[in-house]
Design a protein around this ligand. Structure first.
Ligand code: CDP
Length: 268
């Protein structure tokens, strides 16, 4: 949210800098199971954002002093690659990445059935390879697919989107210029099964009425994100099934089939 140097963010036809309408989400494509060393993974492209997410675990949490006796800990690491932004980003953790890692971990603590693995840990790593606004939600969206790919039971799939105010108008899924020069940004993530909001942050200002409308728009936008997640998982598990079928030996011939073949041979 900075001072607009005079860029027209919404034209007189209501179109945004990338030609979208105010309630339009950028194109999303997700591939699940892209990393073979991780227990679960996903690669996501959302507009110009490119994100890789990898999940490890659940496994025993060491050192043991960090263990929780009644549940497993969900540990998240969000990182922006040095080459992900137009100005080279200083590598390594900073306050922003620590904050984002924490809010994403809190969101997943609410949906993963953590009580199934007392004293364990699930590690979620999210690498932003290319950033163009909305990366925390893009990272969380990829991580949710990676968790499902790892077979980790959850109360529901988590999808998110960020809505903001640009040139006085509410717009879903802000792009780079809108995020930089808009008036507010409201990233939200929802458990799509229960409808619970598991992440909500706000940058800038909105009136109470705008806030309610922005939330409504975000929840609607989440449906599109959820669809992309479902498509990715469907493709992933159909491919897995095909692989399994290929590797499974043909079923043994039953006694009936053997008898039928003997009779047929004798008649011939
Ligand atoms: O990415 P998100 O909107 O969740 O978080 P933000 O803190 O509002 O950052 C907005 C955008 O600013 C990012 O998506 C990046 O495109 C950009 N950014 C950057 O270029 N360099 C940074 N060190 C941090 C953010």
């Amino acid at each position: 949210m900075g001072v607009n140097p005079g860029i027209e963010l919404i034209d007189k036809n209501g179109k945004r800098t990338d030609g979208r309408k105010v309630d339009e989400v950028r194109p999303i494509h997700i591939e699940a199971g892209v990393l073979h060393r991780a227990d679960g993974s996903a690669y996501l492209e959302w507009g110009n954002n490119k994100v890789m997410a990898a999940v490890y675990g659940p496994r025993e949490f060491n050192p043991r002093r960090f263990q929780k006796a009644d549940k497993c800990v969900v540990r998240c690491k969000y990182n922006m690659a040095a080459f992900s932004t137009s100005d080279r980003k200083r590598p390594g953790p900073d306050r922003r990445s620590q904050e984002i890692s924490k809010v994403i971990a809190d969101a997943f603590e609410n949906v993963v059935l953590t009580e199934k693995w007392p004293r364990g840990v699930i590690d979620i790593n999210m690498e932003i390879l290319q950033a163009d606004a909305g990366t925390r939600i893009a990272a969380l969206t990829a991580a949710a697919v990676a968790l499902a790919d790892a077979g980790i039971p959850m109360k529901g799939m988590v999808a998110g989107c960020a809505t903001g105010k640009v040139d006085g108008k509410l717009c879903v899924d802000l792009n780079g210029p809108e995020d930089n020069y808009g008036e507010s940004d409201l990233p939200v993530a929802v458990n799509m099964t229960t409808g619970e909001i598991v992440l909500l942050q706000m940058d800038g200002h909105l009136t109470g009425r705008e806030f309610e409308k922005a939330l409504d728009m975000t929840v609607k936008a989440c449906d599109q994100v959820y669809q992309a997640q479902r498509d990715a998982l469907e493709r992933r598990f159909t491919a897995k099934l095909d692989e399994l079928e290929k590797d499974t030996p043909a079923p043994r011939r039953g006694k009936q089939q053997e008898a039928k073949e003997v009779v047929e041979a004798e008649v011939a």
